[in-house]
Design a protein. Structure first.
Length: 150
């Protein structure tokens, strides 16, 4: 009976070690929201990512994954954009950037909100950095700086 209890105790300890203590992985989550605005636009940039560090054969490997969404919203009435022929939205961060070019020609813009999405593997923005967003309407550029609000 004592031998059975001892064996059961050893098995429980081994199972607990396997389940909790043998992980050689560290996961760091990066969930940031950057915001900024001017008299015409409000801008939000959301970053949701993870960085995973894994020990393999005495070396540390690093893998990152992220999803990023830039949302630009025009504050005024849509009719004020009726004469716009070209709209360019771009952004720049330490982890890269993105750009959208929209030509309206004979059809004026029919929406006030524009979204750029990106993601995959690679660098993730720093928590305290400033993201620069450029909005150019028919050659007239304006820059909005976004700061982390979390």
């Amino acid at each position: 009976m004592v031998k059975l209890r001892k064996t059961a105790s050893i098995l429980i300890v081994i199972i607990l070690l396997i389940v909790t203590g043998c992980s050689n992985k560290e996961v760091i989550k990066h969930n940031y929201t950057y915001k900024g605005e001017n008299e015409l636009w409000t801008v939000e940039y959301k970053v949701n990512g993870t960085v995973t560090f894994t020990e393999k054969n005495g070396k540390t490997e690093c893998e990152s994954n992220s999803n990023k969404i830039l949302t630009v919203n025009y504050k005024k009435d849509l009719s004020e954009l009726s004469s716009v022929k070209h709209l360019e939205i771009s952004y720049e961060s330490s982890a890269g950037g993105g750009k959208s070019n929209l030509d309206f020609n004979d059809n004026p813009p029919n929406e006030k909100t524009y979204t750029l999405k990106s993601g995959g593997t690679g660098a993730i923005e720093n928590k305290d950095e400033i993201i620069k967003v450029n909005i150019t309407i028919d050659g007239k550029a304006q820059t909005i700086e976004l700061k982390n609000v979390q």
